[in-house]
Design a protein around this ligand. Structure first.
Ligand code: AHR
Length: 629
């Protein structure tokens, strides 16, 4: 029984309570919302990630920190293998033609490769896109490339079925040229094949150097270049803001590939590509300008996350040098000016040059992502004061909440990934938060871990938690499920709210839950009381494993001496919870009822109890103290 006291108004609702978190993970951008149909359009996908070496045996990228350029989340996913492309020039194939990758004589200084191609008479090269070029009858596409031709030549650009049958073509006549020239053509599909391809063939024998290629659908969301069905899926959530561009991708693997605003604006063929945290190279085609435009087109507020001079590994100690950190601060200042500055400012005028005279809306800026500890605090303050002085109208968000009282912050961003039980047990998490501290941004949450599949159970647990947050929306002002998108052909993390392939899209139960909650918003929060005979959920405890820590790689993991594969690593302390054990994270300690112990002592006892056998999820457990050391 729920008693609702409509006359007892506690506070108004938070107008932007439900939002979205966009990160280029699982090919959310390239091969997703950014509908480039040619994979590896600038031939750079096989280049070694910036600042990395390759370990040929493991086929993973090893960074200077001795950590792979990718996480391995969950089971049954082959992203480790996918970290090194399978073909020499990923996405591209030759038929009666041959090609070689050039790293000199490229289109411009930001292009690190070009494709030298020699065609036999009638020879062709083709690209299979992101698991097929999705060709749809009646649709129009635009193709262009920058090419340097050794002699005048006649080329045919064709949409083709998977078997190579033409589904529409266009002819281009190339001039002999010492430098690169741009050629454009439109293509109309006369058939459908979502596993199709795009080919370029030559009438006779010829040799050309391709500097950059692109194929895009002509119909895009509001004509601004993004995939319509995926943008509509966002629209239908009724969300009020978008946090972008990540997540871990903002931090990067190292300082060479942490996201920088300046690399994501301007003509796309001049934007450098970069290896992302999530195993593939981004074209940066979905850049700062495009994100702001998307927010406007969806009528959602923009929330930009800037790198604060720390990489993903650096969160565990050691940020970038002072000089590099200042470069990132400059980047953040320039980004804000690009969004908010008038045409008279240098970056405002650049925005105008790139097609947008009026400033964009940019309401929120988060300084760093999941960066914690003293090094973060120092950097946060540096950024906060400089940005606030230049753009006082923006609301600034800090990471985490353990230190939030110490930082000059408007909002603190908290992330929760856990089992359904955690969300059910923590519906009252925010009830006793200090109202004099900063507001809370529940920036990332989801039921996940181990083999979690998107289910009604997950959606219900998350919704219960969200309703607990709604009851406290005087302090919890913003929320976002994470991650947002998953190309079902490239999964690096699961579950994700919206799943798609190159022509279809659906929402998991959590998508429908937040869409419902986002659609039916009240104006005020009133007093309620509940009467229930239901018992609180039973928490089954978290099983664990012992393993050696080598840098940040977990190796030689064992349970009772037997080797096991680590599927998830978490950091925290263990506490007793009835006849089971519970993981307690620093910022949730106030919620625990049991007594905290030394993690290893507790863990050994836990292993000894044998109860970990009840749960197939395997966890690596480390104490927060050890982690800090
Ligand atoms: O949402 C996926 C990842 O989870 C994000 O990149 C990061 O912020 C968090 O660790």
């Amino acid at each position: 029984t729920i008693h609702i006291h409509t006359e007892k108004v506690k506070f108004p609702t938070a107008p932007e309570f439900y939002g979205l978190f966009f990160e280029d993970i699982n090919h959310a951008a390239d091969g997703g919302l950014y509908p480039e149909m040619i994979r590896n359009r600038a031939f750079e996908d096989s280049l070694l990630p910036e600042g990395c070496t390759t370990d040929p045996d493991q086929r993973i990228f090893v960074t200077e920190y001795g950590w792979p350029g990718a996480f391995n989340h969950g089971e049954g996913m082959d992203e480790w293998a996918a970290a090194v492309p399978d073909t020499e020039i990923p996405g591209w194939y030759a038929q009666d033609a041959s090609f070689s990758l050039l790293t000199e004589g490229t289109l411009n200084p930001n292009r690190k490769a070009a494709l030298r191609t020699t065609f036999a008479p009638g020879g062709k090269i083709y690209n299979i896109g992101y698991f097929g070029v999705p060709v749809k009858e009646g649709e129009e596409y635009h193709f262009y490339f920058f090419v340097q031709s050794d002699a005048a030549a006649g080329l045919t650009v064709a949409l083709e079925s998977e078997e190579g049958v033409s589904l529409g073509s266009s002819r281009l006549t190339l001039q002999k040229s010492g430098g690169y020239l741009r050629y454009d053509c439109d293509l109309t599909a006369c058939g459908t094949d979502f596993k199709g391809r795009i080919s370029i063939s030559c009438d006779g024998a010829c040799t050309v150097t391709l500097g950059f290629t692109s194929l895009m659908p002509k119909k895009t969301f509001k004509g601004h270049g993004l995939r319509e069905d995926l943008a509509m899926a966002l629209k239908n959530t009724h969300a009020k803001f978008i946090r972008f561009p990540g997540g871990c991708v903002v931090e990067g693997i190292n300082e060479q590939n942490s996201l920088r605003f300046s690399r994501t604006i301007g003509p796309v063929w001049e934007r450098p590509s970069a290896q992302l945290m999530w195993h593939y190279r981004t074209t940066n085609g979905l850049g700062f300008h495009e994100y702001l435009q998307l927010c406007e087109d969806l009528e959602m507020e923009a929330m930009y996350v800037c790198n604060c001079g720390m990489s993903c590994q650096a969160r565990h100690g050691g940020g970038f040098s002072e000089e590099t950190t200042r470069e990132y601060l400059e980047e953040a200042l320039h980004a804000l000016e690009y969004a908010l500055g008038s045409e008279d400012t240098p970056y405002g005028s650049l925005r105008a040059q790139y097609g947008r005279k009026e400033p964009f809306r940019l309401k929120y800026v988060e300084i760093g992502n999941e960066n914690f500890g003293p090094e973060y605090n120092e950097r946060y303050e540096l950024f906060y004061h400089a940005l606030k002085a230049a753009f006082p109208q923006v609301i600034y968000i800090s990471n985490g909440h353990t230190e939030r009282e110490k930082l000059p912050t408007d909002f603190a961003d908290e992330h929760y990934y856990d089992a359904p039980e955690f969300f059910l047990e923590n519906v009252d998490l925010f009830d006793d938060y200090d109202r004099s501290g900063p507001k809370i941004f529940l920036g990332e949450y989801a039921v996940n871990g181990g083999n979690t599949i998107a289910s009604m159970e997950c959606a219900l647990a998350e919704s219960a938690f969200l309703l607990g947050a709604e009851k406290n929306q005087d302090i919890v002002r913003l929320t976002a499920y994470a991650p947002l998108f998953q190309n079902s052909d490239y999964t690096a993390w699961k579950p994700n709210m919206i799943v798609f392939d190159n022509h279809q899209v659906y929402g998991i139960p959590s998508y429908h839950a937040v869409s419902l909650l986002g659609k039916y918003r009240g104006d005020e929060v009133v007093e309620t009381e509940t009467e229930s005979e239901a018992k609180p959920p039973v928490y089954k405890g978290i099983p664990g494993i012992m393993c050696e820590k080598e840098g940040l790689l977990f190796k030689n993991a064992r349970i009772n001496g037997q080797p096991v594969e680590v599927s998830k690593c978490i950091y925290g302390e263990i506490e007793e919870a009835g006849d089971a054990w519970r993981m307690v994270f620093g910022n949730r300690k106030h919620h625990c009822t049991g007594k905290s112990r030394e993690w290893n002592e507790a863990f050994e006892e836990f292993i000894g109890s044998g109860s970990f056998h009840e749960n197939p999820v395997i966890w690596a457990v480390f104490g927060t103290d050890e982690l800090e050391e």
